[in-house]
Structures are given as structure tokens and as C-alpha cells.
Ligand binder design. Structure first.
Ligand SMILES: [Zn+2]
Length: 335
């Protein structure tokens, strides 16, 4: 966050300096032309007297001075217009440096943008595969961001996004029709083409479950289900118990970041994985842990070994799937 703010501040100061410079230069030139003009008025009568002629012709340098002044003012007008366009372009994209523990869904929420759009603007096909320190581009104006790919042309982009070619060129202040690969172009007024992201099942799997996006879960180990989620003797069971031999490797059920590792009463040696969008999974009763907090894991990354720590009568994994603090039935999410 600090770094992002640093970048923005730096840009702001640069802009401020450029603006102040222009204003100062203009003041100087206007003052100079007034001074020269004043000097001319003082000198002129003497000149006329010396010529001893009644000529009313303007000396040519007065015209030159006038042209010079007009030219200078026109130059400033164009320069100001260019600066305004540059500011608009610069302000249209905000940068966000990803901090530890942040998820793409969370960042999208903070900026009030669609997760799919944010992913598209940054060429992210798997929202769970973002790294701490990566810088995200966030569009703040209506439209979408397009990262120039090899072979892209203005004409092709215009037709792809149904936006006038000139509009794209103007907004992005493109000097030539040549597009630089990897550059991000603002496509003003365009809709984000989310097709690329929709192909990734991790984003939209749970569209049918009330529009809530859930990660794709896999089984964390092979074993025998010994206790289901729900009421049982002694109270409600908030997880799924899977028995397996002591030391069996437990893998992360989905990609994410290790949120917590440690010992908790009843759970024994446990860990949780943050999958983003408020989703996490919990693995309890382990004999050992293979990961540390803050570590990024994929679905299938070994995270622990089966044990009987905490309240357990034999070696088994107690698995929980949690969304925004609510413990859900893991069987509903496992394939
Ligand atoms: Zn259990």
C-alpha cells in the first residue's frame, strides 16, 4: 500500500511541477511581451520624430511581436490541452500493490469493481494465483483495459470492443497507429470481455449456488469417512472426518494462502487455507504440518500428515469448509 501511494504521490508531484513550470513560463513570457511593448511605445515617438515623416505605417516588428504573442498563446493552449488529456489518462488507471493475505475478490470489493473485470484488466486467468508484491491495474473510468498482444491493431481492437478507433487513439494519446506489445490501453466505454476468465472454472463454479463464487475443491486425502457434517451424539459436527493411516499426506483442497498454523483445543495440530472471496478450509488432528503461515499453495500441495492430536480417538483428518465464518457441509463441495 505504501509503495502504491508512493507511486501515486510521485506522479502527482511530477504533474504539479510540470503545471507550475508551465504557469511560471507563461507569466514570464506575457510579462516580457508587455515590457517589450511598453518599451516600443516609449521609443516610437523618438523614431517618428527622427524620420520627420508623417507615415502612420506600423513598424514591421510590432506585427512580428503580435504574431509571436499569438503563436505563444496558441502553443500554451495546446500544451494545456495535452496536459489535461495526459492527466485524464493517468488518473484512469490506479495501481494496487498486492499485500500478503489479500485476495483478488477482496481487492475487487475495496475498489468496487467486478472480480471478472479486475482479472481481465490484469490478464489473470486464475484469481487464486496472485502474488504478494504484484501490481494490479484498476480502471477508474467507464470502459475496460486491454493489454496489447502480439498482432493487435487499432482497427481490430475497435471492432472487437465496438468502440470508435479515434476514441481509443485519443484517450490513450497514441502518436501512431502502432501498438506496443504489453502496454495497457484504456478502451473508453467498452464492456469487459470476460470470456477469457469464464473459461477458468475456479471463478464461476458456484454461479448456480446463489451466485457465490467458490473455489473448486478436491479431496485432501483418500480415506474412509467416519463421521459426516451435522448432528451426532455429543452435538453438532461442523466438519467431515476422514480416517486414514497415521502419517498419510494431507493436501490442500484448493489453491490459496496458508492462513493459520498452530494448536487449538479439540482440533489439535491444525491449519487453515484462505482461498479468497471469504472461502477457507480447515485441517485438524494432524501429526505434523508441512507448510507455514503466508505460504501459497495449490490444490494438491501437501500441507500436513494425518494424526490424532486434539480430541481424536484414532488417526483421521477433520476437514471443514468455511465461507465468511460459516461452516458448510464439505460433502456439498467435494467432487
Ligand atoms: Zn471431526
Amino acid at each position: 500500500m505504501d509503495n502504491t501511494r508512493g507511486i501515486v504521490l510521485q506522479r502527482f508531484v511530477l504533474k504539479l511541477n510540470a503545471g507550475a513550470g508551465i504557469a511560471a513560463l507563461r507569466t514570464f513570457l506575457i510579462f516580457t511581451s508587455l515590457a517589450v511593448g511598453g518599451l516600443f511605445l516609449i521609443i516610437q515617438p523618438a523614431g517618428v520624430a527622427a524620420q520627420q515623416s508623417g507615415s502612420t505605417d506600423h513598424p514591421s516588428y510590432l506585427g512580428q511581436l503580435e504574431r509571436y504573442r499569438n503563436h505563444t498563446l496558441e502553443h500554451f493552449r495546446l500544451e494545456e490541452e495535452r496536459q489535461a488529456r495526459a492527466s485524464r489518462l493517468e488518473d484512469s488507471i490506479q495501481l494496487h500493490k498486492i499485500q500478503r493475505g489479500e485476495t483478488l475478490g477482496g481487492i475487487a470489493n475495496v475498489y468496487g469493481v467486478e472480480l471478472a473485470s479486475l482479472a481481465y484488466w490484469n490478464n489473470i486467468t486464475n484469481p487464486h494465483r496472485i502474488r504478494e508484491g504484484d501490481v494490479l491495474h484498476i480502471l477508474t473510468v467507464e470502459g475496460t483495459l486491454h493489454q496489447v498482444a502480439k498482432g493487435d491493431t487499432l482497427t481490430a481492437l475497435a471492432s472487437r470492443y465496438s468502440v470508435d478507433k479515434q476514441k481509443i487513439s485519443d484517450f490513450n494519446m497514441l502518436e501512431a497507429a502502432l501498438l506496443e506489445e504489453g502496454n495497457r490501453l484504456v478502451i473508453p466505454g467498452a464492456k469487459t470481455l470476460t470470456g477469457k476468465v469464464e473459461k477458468e472454472p475456479a471463478v464461476l463454479t458456484l454461479a448456480s449456488r446463489g451466485g457465490v463464487q467458490a473455489p473448486v475443491f478436491r479431496w485432501p486425502l483418500w480415506g474412509t469417512i467416519t463421521s459426516h457434517y451435522g448432528m451426532r451424539a455429543g452435538g453438532f459436527h461442523f466438519g467431515l472426518d476422514i480416517a486414514a493411516p497415521y502419517g498419510t499426506v494431507v493436501v490442500s483442497a484448493a489453491s490459496g494462502i496458508i492462513d493459520y498454523t498452530g494448536v487449538q483445543r479439540g482440533y489439535g495440530l491444525m491449519l487453515t487455507v484462505d482461498h479468497g472471496n471469504g472461502w477457507s478450509s480447515l485441517y485438524a488432528h494432524n501429526s505434523s504440518l508441512l507448510v507455514s503461515e503466508g505460504q501459497r499453495v495449490s490444490a494438491g500441495t501437501p500441507v500436513a500428515k494425518v494424526g490424532a492430536s486434539g480430541n481424536a480417538t484414532g488417526p483421521h483428518l477433520h476437514l471443514e469448509i468455511i465461507q465468511h465464518g460459516k461452516k458448510l457441509d464439505p460433502m456439498a463441495y467435494l467432487p
